[in-house]
Design a protein around this ligand. Structure first.
Ligand code: 3PG
Length: 211
């Protein structure tokens, strides 16, 4: 059985989601699954996040459910208790990374500099989010930042400014395991219950990865 990081890499794209209504959890999971994208990063940017994670984890076990925007230990504990299979954060916080490691919970901290990358690596991170990827300088910036660490086998998930038009450029950067972004399941589309649109976005993203 591949580990979580291998499963994320095999899927190749992580929809970053801010969902407001727990009743939308299962239809959203079904839309992603229908689009061939069996993964969701449910961010702790809404009060519904924990309940959404719990419903997706319980009712749609085929979906790999992660908790995003995990900014404190309490959120991390809630994510684990809700059934999240991995967690992510936009930045690097040693306390949270250590707490996740103590709990045996796969965790992807965010980095944007070589110093943060070095710190994440020293704390045992196997994968990091490169955020905000577009603003930092695009694929060329990641290539330069990652080069001195390449021999260590760390994996990158660029997020922020990734789109169907540029995701192939990101995936070509050595070490990039997957990309992330909000374009697949936007909050307004979830609110409008636009499940066919979200499934189509997921399908297009999968097609773009496999070009
Ligand atoms: C994230 O949290 O990962 C970013 O907000 C995603 O950025 P995007 O909206 O540019 O995809």
């Amino acid at each position: 059985m591949p580990n979580v990081f291998e499963r994320i890499a095999a899927i190749g794209v992580v929809p970053v989601i801010a969902i407001e209504n727990p009743a939308h959890a299962v239809p959203l999971a079904d839309a992603l699954l229908a689009g061939g994208l069996p993964i969701a990063e449910i961010t702790f940017r809404t009060a519904a996040a924990a309940e959404v994670i719990a419903r997706m984890a319980q009712e749609r076990p085929a979906l790999l459910v992660g908790a995003g925007t995990v900014l404190d230990r309490i959120s991390l504990d809630i994510a684990i208790k809700s059934g999240a299979q991995f967690g992510l954060a936009p930045g690097f916080d040693a306390e949270i990374v250590d707490h996740a490691a103590d709990a045996g919970f796969p965790f992807v901290p965010g980095i944007m500099t070589p110093s943060e990358l070095s710190a994440a690596m020293r704390r045992g991170a196997q994968a990091v989010k490169f955020f905000p990827a577009g603003t930092i300088g695009g694929p060329e910036a990641l290539k330069s930042i990652a080069a001195p660490f390449a021999h260590l086998g760390l994996k990158f998930i660029p997020t922020g400014g990734v789109s169907p038009g540029n995701l192939q450029d990101w995936l070509k950067v050595p070490g990039v395991a997957a990309v992330g972004g909000t374009w697949i399941a936007k909050t307004e589309d979830i609110r409008a219950q636009a499940w066919d649109k979200i499934a189509a976005n997921a399908r297009d993203a999968v097609a773009a990865i496999n070009l």
